[in-house]
Design a protein around this ligand. Structure first.
Ligand code: UFG
Length: 342
């Protein structure tokens, strides 16, 4: 059964391709390599022994997208990861974000409709909840005004999906990710941020390996037990597995509505200092960090109520924070050539 994974050479996409192949799906990747490398296809093949079919083009291009779908009209489901995701960059270049993230989604939907492909799994984000009024946050929580153009593209995308499923035969599942971290056990694929990382764990591992001098901890005056901000960190492999479950749910006609939304988190909130302590524990290294002011736009605390995903998808995040940090650290060392397992 053929599944299209857009953004399949990216961080979450590549881990999902591996899990799909392990479940005997045939995978076709489309990626324009704007934030990833073609060698990821080789790494996937090393892990699974199967080379996914890969086409390099930009899904913002309507003609190329339609030509691709015509050629591959036996696709049974689409998992759409391909998007820009840097919050700060989206504030600097909002139109680039709106064009890339929204036009590609509309092109995919139009081609799915014209080629009779009904099932779409969409990468959404807990950013749609902003700072929730109640914690843990469930799928029923209200959508808050987006903090950034990036967050707004996720909200608008969910609205585009809501309207499209009403007027067509397309079904969609939006998966709202909390904070994915970690890497595949093989350390052959992982997160590869370009330039200075924005996210916490890549910054930690790059500091530990000597690429960055010091981690800045953004704020210790939050209303949390240790004063630092709290997030729900989830292992990327757990997250990837949820996509396989979601795509199967669609193919096997198990959906309860033609548009469904699920939180993908562990249900555990950890502070920035908790993450640092866990990293120090698993790596055996002290981390050079200092407390600085808050980062503008950051929410204080958010973690998932995963009850609905656990019950309906029969999926549960299994890996601990220590496992997440250990795999991220192994990946960083292998990638930088400082670990013999490469
Ligand atoms: N943090 C630091 N120092 C750093 C980087 C991050 O202290 O160098 C802190 C942040 O302030 C935050 C926590 O670590 O409290 C997590 O930050 P990340 O940047 O790793 O993750 P965010 O929660 O900010 O970002 C995530 C997703 C985005 C999404 C956003 C919505 O990565 O895609 O949630 O808030 F838009």
């Amino acid at each position: 059964m053929k599944i299209l994974v857009t953004g399949g050479t990216g961080y979450i996409g590549s881990h999902t391709v591996v899990e799909l192949q392990k479940q005997n799906f045939e995978v076709v990747i489309v990626d324009n390599l704007s934030n990833s490398q073609a060698e990821v296809v080789d790494s996937i093949e090393k892990i699974t022994g199967i080379r996914p079919h890969f086409e390099e083009f930009d899904l913002v291009n309507r003609e190329l997208t339609e030509a691709f779908f015509k050629k591959h009209n036996d696709i049974k489901g689409v998992i759409h990861f391909a998007a820009f995701k840097a919050v700060g960059e989206s504030v600097e270049k909002p139109l680039m974000y709106y064009r890339n993230n929204l036009v590609s989604l509309m092109n995919i939907l139009e081609s799915m409709i014209s080629n009779g492909i009904p099932n779409l799994v969409f990468s959404s984000s807990c950013t749609v909840y902003g700072q929730p009024d109640e914690l843990p946050v469930s799928e029923k929580a209200p959508i808050k005004k987006a903090e950034s153009p990036y967050g707004n593209t996720k909200q608008i995308s969910e609205e585009i999906l809501t309207d499209t499923i009403h007027s067509s035969s397309v079904n969609a599942i939006a998966l709202r990710y909390f904070n994915p971290i970690g890497a595949h056990d093989s350390a052959l694929i992982g997160e590869l941020p370009l330039g200075v990382p924005n996210n916490l764990v890549p910054f930690i591992t790059q500091t530990a390996i000597g690429l960055r001098k010091q981690l800045s901890v953004f704020g210790e005056d939050y209303n949390t037990p240790d004063g630092t901000a709290i997030r729900d960190y989830i292992h990327v492999v757990d997250l990837a597995k949820a996509h396989v479950v979601a795509v199967k749910r669609m193919i096997e006609n198990k959906m309860k509505n033609s548009f469904e939304v699920f939180n993908l988190g562990t249900g555990n909130g950890y502070s920035v200092l908790d993450v640092i302590k866990s990293f120090e524990r698993v790596s055996g290294l002290p981390l050079n960090y200092k407390i600085v002011g808050r980062r503008p736009g950051d929410v204080e605390q958010v973690w998932a109520d995963p009850a609905w995903s656990n019950e309906e998808l029969g999926w549960k995040a299994e890996r601990s924070l220590d496992e997440m940090n250990a795999s991220a650290w192994k990946w960083e060392q292998v990638y930088r050539g400082k670990n013999s397992s490469k």
